[in-house]
Design a protein around this ligand. Structure first.
Ligand code: F0G
Length: 435
């Protein structure tokens, strides 16, 4: 075999052809993942090959996903690859954020530098390429905004029709605007993310539309590259902690799979620990983690958070994510709206910036440091999942002291930076600047 689909359920492990259009195991209903033949993989040789590709100009080598194609080998013919030169996202030092959290150092891997401004592009290049390979004409997803922006771009770039479903009134305008501009047929449904996912699965089946939510195993394959690139940038020295926000839990699943593969193939000599951070109003995975036995996730019926990207109550990938957090001896934490808002302003003051869901990482580091889980001298990489311009409305409200939590309470704009309205008067402005 080269690549196959395999059921993630340890009691099943059924195998299917890589070209079967499946999102769950037909035998047991479990999640599926792509598996590949590891014979002949030489870590040292690949490390230097991947490094050398950074200087090349071909589409595959310029992509921060396909550069690592030997560990994402599900295509037998790369002519169907759809790439917008995704990945290639930087590691950025955030000294101010580190002192805010009470740690010596924190480094951000900023996925907001992607072509559509979020980490979704790392996975979407793979999902869209598989759609092309399968001869699909239409692709669909439900989204809190970033998946739909990314899918719209990649589908249009590939000449496929993107069809997106979003919870009406619950995604930021920046993200909705992207989907419209990239030409997606857009349905604003009066239901929440979890309800719409069920709807889209029915429609995809009935109309033969290819589903590109993170239940699609090829999206997860692509998102592994965030870890591959992070380790490459760190000369294969794993950090102590990798901190990320958790919503539908596809990214947690991808990070864990990538780490397992890198470790078992000898690319890294130890496993970093994954810390998954949820918003307290949408934290079913945190509740599962707290439960005495980690057997079944109880969905949150009405998830609430201003971090709309992670406003999800029934995350589909929880069995994978749970396995990965356990495998890395990681942890799951939840943070309040106030903690997210203030952490976000601190990331902004580093000159870095991110969208609200991404700031859950720094808020989580603060909390885990205070609880003694993360040591002050720990080597920490926090993954900022989306660009600062994804949700300007949130930013404006925070800095003008008008940001209300979902329950209507006004949040403190602790680090507000209010714009000043002023007359066209140099004397007046000079006086203000002297204060
Ligand atoms: N951060 C951002 C900016 C996101 O857009 C998402 C998910 C997450 C974190 C959580 O990642 O679902 O893999 O745990 N956004 C999805 C979407 C759900 O539709 O754009 P996850």
């Amino acid at each position: 075999m080269s690549s196959e689909l395999i059921c993630f359920n340890p009691a099943c492990r059924s195998r299917y052809a890589i070209t079967d259009v499946l999102y769950n195991c037909p035998r047991c209903g479990g999640l599926l993942e792509a598996d590949f033949d590891r014979a002949g993989i030489d870590a040292a040789a690949l490390k230097s090959l991947w490094r050398s590709r950074r200087t090349l100009n071909s589409k595959l080598d310029q992509s921060g996903v396909w550069r690592y194609r030997e560990l994402i080998p599900f295509l037998d013919d790369t002519s169907c690859v759809v790439s917008l030169r995704e990945g290639n996202t930087p590691l950025l030092d955030g000294p101010r954020a580190a002192s805010y959290a009470g740690v010596d150092r924190i480094v951000f891997k900023h996925q907001g530098f992607n072509p559509t401004g979020s980490f979704k592009d790392n996975g979407m290049t793979c999902g869209a390429s598989q759609a092309v390979r399968l001869g699909m004409r239409r692709v669909a997803c439900v989204s809190t905004g970033n998946t739909s922006a990314s899918m719209a771009a990649y589908a249009s770039a590939a000449g496929l029709q993107p069809i997106i479903f979003i919870p009406h009134g619950n995604i930021s305008y920046g993200k909705l605007a992207q989907a419209l501009e990239y030409g997606a047929r857009t349905f604003q449904v009066e239901a929440n993310f979890d309800q719409i996912l069920a709807l889209v699965r029915v429609l995809a089946e009935r109309l033969g539309i290819y589903l590109l939510n993170s239940i699609n195993p090829f999206r997860i394959e692509g998102q592994k590259s965030i870890i591959f690139e992070m380790m490459d940038q760190r000369d294969w020295n794993p950090p102590d902690w990798i901190v990320l926000p958790g919503g539908n839990l596809g990214n947690t699943s991808a990070f864990g799979k990538a780490l397992r593969e890198l470790h078992s193939l000898g690319f890294i000599n130890r496993m970093p620990r994954l810390a998954v951070i949820q918003a307290s109003g949408a934290s079913p995975f945190f509740e599962l983690w707290q439960a005495a036995d980690h057997t079944r996730l109880s969905a949150v019926g009405h998830p609430e958070t201003l971090a709309t990207a992670i406003k999800i109550g029934d995350p589909v990938s929880w069995p994978k994510a749970l396995h990965e957090v356990e495998r890395t001896r990681g942890t799951v934490e939840k943070v309040t709206e106030q903690e997210i808002a203030d952490a976000k302003a601190q990331i902004g003051r580093c000159g870095i910036g991110c969208e609200p869901a991404s700031a859950a990482t720094l808020a989580g580091v603060c909390k885990l440091r205070a609880a003694g889980v993360i040591a002050p001298d720990a080597d920490i990489v926090a993954v900022l999942t989306g660009n600062v311009l994804k949700d300007p409305d949130y930013i404006y409200r925070y800095h003008t002291k008008q940001l209300d939590a979902p329950d209507g309470t006004r949040l403190n704009s602790t680090f507000a930076n209010q714009p000043v309205v002023v007359a066209n008067d140099p004397d007046r402005i000079a006086t203000l600047l002297e204060d």
